[in-house]
Design a protein around this ligand. Structure first.
Ligand code: CAA
Length: 326
């Protein structure tokens, strides 16, 4: 991570005036894919540094993020936040964390509208890192709970406008989901490359298994789906660079790329047979790493909700022609 930071990977999208590399979304996503081919945990750390390092979810608020309960109460110039945040990537090491908490609990402003975003640092009184999750995959990337017990936050740590925190979170996710799509493609590519290599080396029935159509067709399908996922992702990135709203596009890219990664890694394990099921070869790790991409930064089901809502909003505006596909 230190080396990635020195080389600028953790600030690729930050403008040069603030010591970032000031690169565009496409360059960043290509770099992220390459890092994910080598190590999916390093890729998620790179992704959260470049898009979101945040505490949104709670034990009782996952897909329904707007039901979060952490409360921020004004006390003089400060805010005092109480609550528990879950699934915080790199929460053990992060120096800066964006935290969503409810600043208005009155009936009229319940749900998404009463949420604000705060910039937290671990030195704040009442801030502590809780349980570290023992995960199926991405085992080199720490994921933790954060406990906020009357955590006193200076007033100038409120980010943007009070009550707009949920919109900021969803806007960050529009961008973050592109990164998860790139990560998923990288994981899938690593699995495909391992499976293709293995198929030319492994002999059964007197021949390399790559000579059998059953294996060839798997490799062909894996490569085709990954190429389609990358094409969709970079179309979304190009739209972002043109300044367009990419909510639907980024959900499509994340949905398709992550489901593809899960399918490709499953097929890769199959190509390896029994050797795919043990830790002597890397594909079991790719398989485990791929799974979370269909869950975090919004499950596949949430991506379908986002896509369908956007699509139906276009229908109700009478804006169908040419607007249901990009
Ligand atoms: N950008 C900006 N604002 C947006 C937006 C977007 N893409 N989408 C919606 N909004 C605004 C809406 O306009 C609305 O504001 P107004 O009422 O003023 O118009 C407000 O946000 C609420 O929007 P919705 O009514 O659509 O909200 P909802 O409660 O119905 O939620 C949801 C919809 C799509 C299911 C959303 O809750 C969601 O995306 N859930 C998944 C959350 C998620 O991805 N969590 C992952 C956390 S990060 C993680 O995984 C850990 C990690 O570190 C990797």
């Amino acid at each position: 991570m230190q080396r990635l930071a020195e080389l600028g990977f953790l600030g690729m999208l930050i403008p040069e005036q603030w010591d970032g590399l000031g690169l565009d979304a496409s360059s960043y996503l290509l770099a992220l894919e390459e890092i994910a081919v080598a190590d999916a945990s390093a890729a998620v750390l790179m992704s959260v540094h470049n898009s979101l390092a945040f505490a949104l979810s709670e034990p009782e608020a996952g897909s329904d993020a707007a039901s979060l309960r952490a409360q921020a109460v004004r006390d003089g110039d400060d805010w005092v936040i109480t609550g528990a945040k879950s699934w915080v990537t790199h929460g053990t090491h992060a120096d800066v964390i964006l935290c969503m908490a409810r600043t208005d609990t009155s009936d009229a402003r319940r749900g998404a509208k009463g949420i604000s975003t705060f910039i937290l640092t671990p030195d704040l009184p009442g801030f502590s890192v809780g349980k570290k999750e023992d995960k199926l995959g991405l085992r080199a990337s720490p994921t933790v709970m954060l406990n906020l017990e009357e955590c006193r936050v200076p007033g100038d740590r409120l980010l943007g406008e009070e009550g707009q925190g949920f919109s900021y979170a969803l806007a960050s996710l529009d961008h973050g989901r592109l990164g998860i799509a790139a990560q998923a493609i990288g994981i899938g590519r690593a699995a495909l490359e391992a499976a293709a290599r293995y198929a030319t080396e492994r002999k059964q029935f007197g021949e390399a298994i790559a000579s059998f159509q059953a294996i060839q067709f798997k490799l062909a399908e894996m490569a085709t789906r990954l190429t389609a996922a990358r094409t969709l992702l970079h179309a979304a990135a190009a739209a972002k660079e043109r300044g367009e709203r990419v909510t639907r596009y980024s959900s499509m890219a994340k949905l398709f790329a992550t489901e593809t990664a899960m399918w490709v890694t499953t097929e890769a394990v199959q190509v390896f047979g029994g050797y795919g099921y043990v830790t002597d070869y890397p594909v079991e790790r790719h398989f485990r790493d791929a799974k979370v991409t269909t869950i975090y930064e919004g499950t596949s089901e949430v991506q379908r909700i986002v896509i369908a809502r956007d699509l139906l909003a276009a229908v109700s505006r009478g804006d169908i022609a040419g607007h249901l596909t990009d």
